[in-house]
Design a protein. Structure first.
Length: 202
């Protein structure tokens, strides 16, 4: 299980931003992200495990799938995006850095196959990516609001896409976010099958 402690992730992100370290170059990523640790949820004074968090706050059984795209994941801005997520009072329950296989990419974007922009979508996640499971109340809506409009050039100030998305290539729009609760369930089950079974108590 990959559970990210928010203090650990925040410190890791701050370190990378201050030192302008390429995200792909740091061995600390594996140590920070690929171990089971306690987490500190929003409005909580004590570190909690996922099980404790769910027991005390049933609304945190809701989760959404997020994935930082390659044009961000391969550089130091990934750390900034992670910090923004934590500052917005999400709990990052699972996070990993990986390179998706073509079948995984095709599954994720299967609804867009045949569209004129499909190849751009595939290319946007063909390098290193950072899939995440975000817990919190109404996470699907909240995460998409933080992301902003699909076209970064049309996103409002204060959103991730306005700040860090490409204004010329729409597919390079910082991150993917599930567009519905059903999509979130499907995508979480696909990328984090063991974690989602734990959260749902199944």
């Amino acid at each position: 299980m990959t559970v990210a402690d928010d203090d650990r992730a925040r410190a890791f992100a701050d370190l990378m931003v201050k030192n302008d370290v390429p995200f792909t170059a740091s061995e600390d990523l594996e140590g920070a992200m690929n171990q089971t640790v306690t987490i500190r949820g929003p409005r909580m004074d004590q570190p909690r495990t996922i099980a404790d968090l769910l027991a005390d706050h049933p609304d945190f059984r809701q989760a959404t799938f997020a994935m930082i795209k390659s044009h961000i994941a391969a550089g130091p801005r990934a750390a900034i995006v992670i910090n923004r997520i934590l500052n917005d009072e999400f709990v990052i329950a699972a996070m990993m850095k990986t390179v998706l296989s073509l079948p995984q990419i095709e599954w994720l974007y299967r609804a867009h196959k045949g569209r004129p922009y499909y190849n751009d979508l595939v290319q946007s996640v063909s390098g290193p990516v950072i899939p995440m499971a975000l817990l919190g109340p109404e996470p699907v809506t909240k995460w998409r609001a933080l992301l902003g409009a699909t076209n970064s050039a049309e996103a409002v100030d204060g959103t991730l896409r306005r700040a860090y998305g490409s204004h010329t290539l729409i597919a390079d729009n910082v991150a993917h976010g599930s567009d519905s609760e059903q999509a979130a369930r499907d995508e979480l089950a696909y990328f984090f099958p063991s974690e989602i079974r734990l959260w749902r108590g199944t």
